[in-house]
Write a protein that binds this ligand. Structure first.
Ligand code: KG4
Ligand code: ZN
Length: 396
């Protein structure tokens, strides 16, 4: 089946077309089209994502990205020069996109001019994320569904991060083979908005066993980066400085705490670590590049050490056959090497890390999550479009 994925939960606007085959135990995927626009530059001056600005940018960019994804998938067909929707359809679309007037204009300018593609379903992120941003994708999916009469699968963004490991690197063939992901699995989801340890007994069968009590780990990277005068988002910049320090010095010259490292649970806390960086900086008369490198390295070591320790503990307790990483911080090279070392301690288990482009937010993972959900439901997909955006949606 062919699924259109739509992602607008935060500051990435993304649309993808994914072809999927097989069943839950032997899924196969092929990315046919993948269009993404990052708003990072726009939010940079605010040092974080500004929700109403994110909403405006999603509304502005969704239709062009949708057109590009369809074109890449060779599903756009010929675009008629001029053709309008009938009055009734136009009214229906304007009602659905009442709060996104610019998107309604783009939609009505394109949709009546293109033939209906062979899409079986639309998967859209309904949460978690920023409500104003989520609603743009949700309403766009509802408008597409109304216009082409295609079912919509409401999708959880965090499940998207988990299932992103189902797309093997450089997969170009659509060949169903048994999925190497064995259950139970422990998934560590690390992004700008979340830090969660999830026990998965199967696809779509999740239980959150631990989470951050304050800042998400990506958020801590971004805040520490700001203290060090590095651009937003700070994760990649911290990582670069940390690597430079490691190349120069075998040992870290700084000391930062490892919060909750030995606590008797699977929870995390990163706000104390962030504050420790702040106090360290305050004590310094001035800060030069060498100091920045050293602090970035020690901060990264501290954060990664806690992530690894809690995942090790969860993998042991639940006898995990797979350890899955997901979310933007998975792009961090220290995280990747530290978990590659961790899996050595579990010779019967396998580590799954998404490819770099699927680590950060994207629509391919949403289409894959939609497929997993469709397979779980088994029967015919619901035509209902009464679902809502849910900023606080949890995995369950
Ligand atoms: O999953 P994601 O794209 O968006 C959210 O759902 O939050 O994650 C973005 C987060 C940001 O906090 C960013 O700083 C962090 O991922 N990040 C990194 C790296 N690349 C992105 N953190 C550490 N090292 C990196 N290389
Ligand atoms: Zn994310």
């Amino acid at each position: 089946m062919k699924i259109l994925g739509i992602e607008t939960s935060c500051d990435e606007t993304a649309v993808a077309v994914v072809e999927a085959a097989g069943g839950a135990a032997n899924p196969a995927f092929k990315v046919l089209g993948n269009a993404l626009y990052s708003q990072v530059k726009i939010h940079e001056k605010y040092g974080g994502v500004f929700p109403m600005l994110a909403k405006r940018e999603h509304a502005r960019n969704l239709v062009p990205l949708f057109e590009k994804a369809l074109k890449d998938a060779k599903m756009l067909g010929r675009i008629a020069k001029s053709k309008r929707a009938d009055a009734e359809t136009e009214k229906k679309i304007r009602t659905i996109l009442e709060r996104e007037p610019e998107l309604a204009e783009h939609f009505l300018a394109l949709m009546p001019r293109i033939p209906k593609p062979k899409l079986d379903a639309i998967a859209v992120t309904v949460g978690p994320g920023l409500d104003p941003a989520l609603w743009v994708g949700v309403n766009f999916a509802k408008a597409l569904s109304a216009f082409w009469n295609i079912p919509v699968i409401p999708t959880n963004h965090m499940e998207g991060h988990i299932v992103s490991v189902l797309l093997p690197p450089k997969s170009s063939k659509l060949k169903a083979k048994n999925s190497p992901v064995k259950f139970p699995a422990v998934a560590l989801l690390i992004s700008g908005g979340h830090t969660e340890l999830v026990l998965a007994k199967g696809w779509s069968n999740y239980k959150i066993i631990g989470e951050t009590r304050d800042d998400a780990v990506g958020e801590a990277f971004d805040k520490v980066a700001r203290m060090l005068d590095l651009p937003y988002p700070g994760g990649p910049h911290i990582s670069k400085l940390a690597a430079e320090d490691r190349a120069r010095h075998p040992k870290s010259a700084w000391q930062l705490p490892r919060p909750m490292l030995t606590s008797d649970d699977f929870d995390f806390s990163f706000s104390g670590l962030k504050t420790a960086v702040l106090y360290t900086l305050r004590k310094l008369p001035q800060i030069d590049l060498a100091m920045k490198r050293g602090i970035a390295r020690e901060f990264e070591d501290a954060a990664v050490e806690v992530l690894v320790a809690k995942t090790r503990k969860a993998a042991k307790k639940y006898g995990a056959k797979s350890i899955i990483l997901g979310g933007g911080v998975t792009a961090n090279s220290r995280v990747r090497t530290a978990f590659a070392e961790l899996i050595e301690e579990f010779p019967k288990s396998q580590l799954f890390i998404p490819t770099l482009d699927l680590s950060t937010d994207n629509a391919v993972m949403i289409a894959i999550a939609g497929f997993v959900e469709a397979r779980r439901r088994g029967k015919k997909l619901s035509r209902s479009t009464s679902f809502r955006a849910q900023g606080n949606l949890k995995l369950s």
